[in-house]
Design a protein around this ligand. Structure first.
Ligand code: CS2
Length: 472
């Protein structure tokens, strides 16, 4: 039997504690991947019993499969939390419907015009921001952005959908919505604000000014490890609930959401579901991006080069584990200011434990994807700060060297690793077209390294040293 509104009454696990037929749509979420379903949708599920105004309509910008499967389950899915030996199961009901934007762009647009929708949340991954990673400016060479400039009423990008909807809401006299970014980018709210306003300005400068004055874009720090679920999880869910769920979500017990309290049209009591509302998210973002995500990227590139497949395997490798510990403790933590109430030493220790979770099977290739979009905020920003302070950064440089080898490594004429990166062809051309064929040619990529690092002899020398010392 499939999981849906009827069959849910037969299960003996935790199910929504509210009447789903009374829920309204207050949130549109762009990018309904596993992360959203393991994180924000769970917080919302926790608060709907007290406040039914905030149900979610999700949209997938690229894949149609998520919409098809979740709609056939009435939006329901199983959350499988793997901490100790016994996983915990729970059915989440906060997503009312999912739209596949590529097929139903107009339906998404209509939902975005609904005046009851007061928040648009985003998990569109780093590349969804359509910016140049090194400069954080809108990427006018991006063909989807070019499409959205020439055809604003039929957008393809998230910024394009936001601008089109804000324009019409403004014309109709509807209140604006808050745009709540939940991606792993520094000052993620400011970044999406910048891209949205830049896109609006090209079309209509008055609209850009109005957005500046009326729409808010709070920054957030989101944290929960949510690996892509494997087929085996469907079997696991069925074994426990008796129902077929084709899109369960697997996650760890840890969960954190720190949100800048700046909502232009109201918000649910996110704090009642465990989120932290604050005036300044930046110290939380920096800590998490540099310690957790920076270590994740280091584990991915060093681990894959060392023959590992998952995070727990890589962190069990003594050489890699002590490298990560030293990178965090000696090179990253002194670039940080501890957020209120956080002990950075304790935070690092807890991260090592989370990485060692043997039940998650978090794929290193998944983390290694989109390196061009991830390295700047995870690895390059702390490097820049250390260079400015005259401090060495051998381990951070080694992570850059490991990324370059991962991207450039070849067996004869074929590349050794599949890379999944919007700059893939450019990066690989840098290696194949150079006379040296060395992966260090990748340091010339200005979209990633900026004008400063791509021309810095000190940076190149440190990465070259790191490359010599890579264990291979
Ligand atoms: C990971 C993140 O895939 C990646 O790049 O580093 O998805 C990470 O698991 C989450 O940010 C944890 O909160």
């Amino acid at each position: 039997m499939r999981l849906n509104n009827q069959s849910i009454n037969t299960v003996h696990v935790r199910v929504p504690d509210y009447d789903r037929s009374h829920i309204k749509t207050g949130i549109i979420h762009l990018g309904v991947g596993a992360f959203h379903r393991g994180h924000q949708a769970v917080y919302v599920d926790d608060l709907l019993a007290d406040d039914p105004e905030w149900g979610i309509v999700g949209a997938s910008l690229r894949s149609r499969q998520t919409a098809d499967v979740l709609n056939s389950q009435d939006g329901l899915y199983t959350l499988i939390t793997k901490g100790g030996p016994q996983p915990e199961f729970r059915i989440i009901g906060s997503i009312r419907e999912v739209i596949s934007a590529a097929q139903q762009g107009n339906a998404l647009h209509e939902h975005l015009l609904n005046p009851d929708v007061r928040i648009v949340t985003l998990t569109i991954t780093e590349k969804g921001y359509c910016h140049v990673p090194a400069t954080r400016q809108i990427d006018l060479d991006n063909t989807d952005i070019q499409h959205d400039i020439s055809t604003p009423a039929q957008p393809r990008t998230a910024p394009g959908y936001l601008v089109a909807a804000i324009r019409e809401r403004r014309a109709a006299g509807s209140p604006p919505f808050t745009v709540l970014s939940c991606d792993n980018l520094l000052e993620n709210g400011s970044l999406i604000k910048h891209v949205v306003i830049a896109l609006a300005r090209i079309q209509d400068p008055a609209l850009a000014c109005w957005i500046e004055q009326n729409v808010t874009f709070p920054c957030t720090m989101v944290d929960r490890i949510v690996p892509a679920a494997a087929k085996a999880e469907t079997t696991l869910a069925r074994g426990h609930t008796g129902l077929d769920d084709w899109l369960p979500v697997v996650t760890e017990p840890f969960c954190q959401w720190v949100i800048e309290d700046n909502f232009c049209s109201g918000r649910p009591a996110f704090e009642s579901a465990g989120a932290t509302l604050t005036n300044n998210v930046v110290p939380f973002e920096k800590m998490k991006l540099r310690l957790l995500n920076g270590s994740h990227s280091a584990l991915a590139y060093l681990g894959l080069l060392g023959g590992h497949a998952t995070v727990d395997q890589a962190i069990a490798d003594e050489a890699i584990r002590s490298f990560i510990q030293a990178m965090m403790g000696d090179e990253v933590s002194d670039t940080l200011i501890a957020p209120p109430g956080v002990d950075l030493v304790h935070y690092q220790k807890a991260l090592l434990e989370r990485f060692a979770n043997p039940n998650l099977k978090h794929s290193l290739l998944q983390i290694a994807s989109d390196g061009s979009q991830k390295l700047p905020q995870r690895i390059l920003e702390p490097i820049r700060e250390r260079m400015q302070n005259g401090q060495p950064f051998p381990r951070l440089a080694k992570v850059v060297a490991a990324w370059a080898r991962f991207v450039g490594a070849r067996d004869g004429s074929t590349f050794r690793f599949p890379i999944n990166d919007p700059l893939e062809s450019k990066l690989r051309a840098l290696v194949t077209q150079s006379t040296s064929g060395s992966s260090l040619e990748l340091l010339r990529c200005r979209e990633i390294f900026g004008d400063d690092l791509s021309s810095s002899a000190e940076f190149r020398e440190a990465v070259t040293q790191g490359d010599r010392h890579l264990l291979m």
